[in-house]
Design a protein around this ligand. Structure first.
Ligand SMILES: [Zn+2]
Length: 77
């Protein structure tokens, strides 16, 4: 089991940010552009530039698009 698979199973294939299902593979999406936006990304719960670590406890899976949107808007609490 990889970390990806662990997180995938834990989150039941859903985005940690918006809660919608994520495609697991490129061929589950109708279009490369959709895949680019919807593909699961590792998201740092606490961003690295806010002191977050690479520890698996600080990682979750989220749509690439949600991850981008989250950007630097993270705030504690
Ligand atoms: Zn999402």
């Amino acid at each position: 089991m990889s970390l990806f698979d662990d997180l995938w199973a834990f989150q039941e294939g859903r985005c940690a940010i918006c809660g919608e299902p994520m495609p697991k593979g490129r061929f589950e999406t109708p279009h490369a552009t959709v895949w680019k936006k919807k593909r699961p990304n590792f998201d740092h719960i606490r961003p690295r530039n806010k002191g977050g670590s690479h520890d698996p406890a600080n990682l979750q899976l989220a749509h690439a698009e949600c991850n981008w949107r989250k950007g630097d808007n993270w705030s504690p609490g």
